[in-house]
Write a protein that binds this ligand. Structure first.
Ligand code: ZN
Length: 576
């Protein structure tokens, strides 16, 4: 028996068969039943979602004399004529190859003749947006006064290119992209009918790869079926369609969690050996991270994520050492990477360096330790010496063939921060250590406008942020509360969740671990650190402060000029 492609064999024959477009089927059915039939329809939507199939079903339905106005009978002369291949009353035109005004005139001439078998002469014009301006104008005249026996069905993937004059004369239907569940559901139905063995996970792979297009899903299904026959398993589907196996992602995330850059490179190498492209590899990783995050934070089960219970369980237990915040951060780096990949002249190098940055992610840290270090100045000072900056790798990662060129960072699990110099700055937009104190007032102001953070931010009003040694990690910061903001000091120091939030905000902006001390300035200058007037000026003026830092100035006097708009004038001498 000759093999008929699944895509053709299981093409929907009635609106009931149409997957995912119930809203359209319902409207059309209502129109047919109520006898309120428009003479021109426009089907729009992305490719492979059923526009052309629906046009054909509609044509058959309208001309069928079988008695059921909603479902073509398949037996009447019209149905037989249409399924015969060259129907007399249904004319299909591909606008892409008939763009000109002369083509359109030929077509429109045919509207003069009455139908031979059915009730209507139906013109299906696919990719209608491809028509020339002249062709659209010619069409418009007929659309304004169509012969009663004529029906137009237009289909387009780019409705924005269809002139408004046409749009205002058609009944428009927007076809939705199909959900993975809808696609796997249809495939499951086909498997049942065809006696094909394929489990849920396997079918989900087709749905994932098809990205909303039923036609693509069926094409992939055919492609795999040609190799596997009646028994399809996950591994063969992945191999034939080039979908990376999940093990690869577990390996990758574990390497990131372990700060094993070599391990990350090994995953890339392995995927190359398997003949996988980078782009689907990264797409798959994005989905993997999404599932991981959903399982951790969401009220989801294997079914709702469309994955197997085994995979679900594995994800539940994966990389406990990586926090949800880390996952978000990795996901952000990944999204940035995906965006820049197609412009990259060395895509593999770009992927590898980004993975290296993920593995060296500052943020992979024990928040509790960071919190313990907080409010403990001695601890900070002691750690400062111990956690000297690890020397940066001098050479950027070499060509893909030589991943060993990059020195592995010295990672001590007891340590919660390793920092490198410049070569691998995080992809996430980050403030520099030099900027953060100057930006602090604006950060507080922004928090203030965020309804979730409003009260929290009110406690930070009037505070200033001061930093310790730039070279020290965790980066020591001091949050200084003026006497008038004592309430804020009390509130923040008494609430652990506020302290955590504060740290998170700073760490998110700095992309590094920080420690915070909170100090309150007493009214009667009895503060621990007596400050000279210029020190106070410096602390209160971020511009002045960065200026002093950048030029390493030693200040001995500040003078404020009477003109209000002028910044403080400083007299200074250069540090020798
Ligand atoms: Zn019929």
């Amino acid at each position: 028996m000759a093999y008929i492609a699944m895509a053709r064999k299981w093409r929907p024959e009635s609106f009931q068969d149409m997957v995912g477009q119930d809203h359209i089927a319902k409207t059309i059915e209502n129109a047919i039943q109520g006898g309120r039939l428009h003479h021109a329809f426009l089907f729009t939507g992305t490719r492979g979602v059923g526009k052309t199939s629906s046009a054909r079903i509609l044509a058959r339905t309208l001309n069928c004399s079988g008695g059921n106005p909603l479902s073509p009978c398949g037996k009447c002369p019209s149905c037989k004529d249409i399924s015969g291949g060259t129907p007399m009353d249904v004319i299909e035109i591909d606008a892409a190859s008939n763009t000109g005004v002369d083509n359109m005139r030929d077509i429109l001439e045919k509207t003069q003749y009455t139908p031979m078998i059915g009730k209507y002469k139906i013109f299906v014009i696919d990719e209608v947006h491809m028509l020339s301006k002249g062709a659209f104008n010619a069409l418009l005249k007929t659309l304004e006064e169509p012969p009663p026996h004529v029906i137009f069905i237009f289909a387009t993937t780019e409705v924005n290119k269809v002139p408004q004059t046409i749009l205002s004369r058609v009944q428009r239907f927007d076809f939705k992209r199909l959900s993975p569940e809808q696609i796997s559901g249809r495939l499951r139905f086909i498997c049942e009918q065809e006696g094909i063995q394929a489990d849920r996970e396997t079918l989900a792979l087709f749905a994932e790869k098809a990205d909303g297009s039923m036609r693509d899903a069926l094409t992939y299904f055919d492609q795999v079926y040609a190799f596997t026959g009646k028994t399809m398993d996950e591994a063969s589907v992945r191999q034939i369609l080039g979908i990376p196996p999940n093990d690869l992602y577990f390996e990758l995330i574990q390497a990131i969690a372990d700060h094993q850059v070599k391990g990350c490179f090994a995953v890339i190498e392995k995927s190359y050996q398997m003949g996988l492209e980078l782009s689907p590899l990264l797409d798959g990783f994005a989905k993997f991270l999404r599932n991981l995050l959903y399982i951790r934070v969401g009220d989801v089960d294997a079914e709702s994520l469309n994955i197997s219970p085994t995979l679900f369980g594995k994800l539940q237990n994966a990389v406990p050492e990586i926090s949800n915040g880390d996952i978000l951060r990795i996901a952000k780096m990944l999204t940035d990477l995906q965006g820049s990949l197609r412009y990259a002249s060395h895509p593999r190098l770009l992927v590898e360096t980004t993975l290296a940055r993920m593995a060296w992610l500052d943020r992979i840290t024990d928040l509790k330790k960071a919190l313990a270090a907080m409010n403990s100045p001695t601890n900070t000072a002691a750690n400062a010496d111990k956690k000297k900056i690890t020397p940066a790798p001098k050479a950027p990662p070499g060509p893909p063939s030589a991943p060993e060129m990059i020195p592995e960072p010295e990672f001590d699990p007891g340590d919660f921060k390793i920092e490198f110099d410049e070569p691998f700055t995080p992809a996430v937009e980050a403030d520099s250590r030099y900027e953060i104190c100057g930006k602090w007032p604006q950060i507080v102001k922004n928090l203030y406008h965020d309804s979730d953070n409003g009260f929290f931010a009110s406690n930070l009003e009037h505070t200033t942020l001061e930093h310790g040694d730039f070279a020290v990690t965790p980066f020591p910061l001091t949050l200084r509360f003026p006497a008038k903001a004592a309430f804020g000091h009390k509130e923040i120091t008494s609430r652990k969740d506020y302290q955590e939030r504060l740290i998170r905000i700073l760490e998110d902006r700095l992309q590094t671990v920080v420690t915070i001390q909170m100090e309150i300035d007493s009214e009667t200058s009895g503060g621990k650190t007596p400050r000279s007037p210029w020190e106070k000026d410096l602390a209160g003026d971020p511009v002045l402060k960065s200026f002093a830092e950048i030029f390493e100035l030693e200040l001995f006097e500040t003078k404020r000029r009477s003109r209000a708009a002028e910044p403080s004038e400083i007299s200074c001498s250069e540090n020798d």
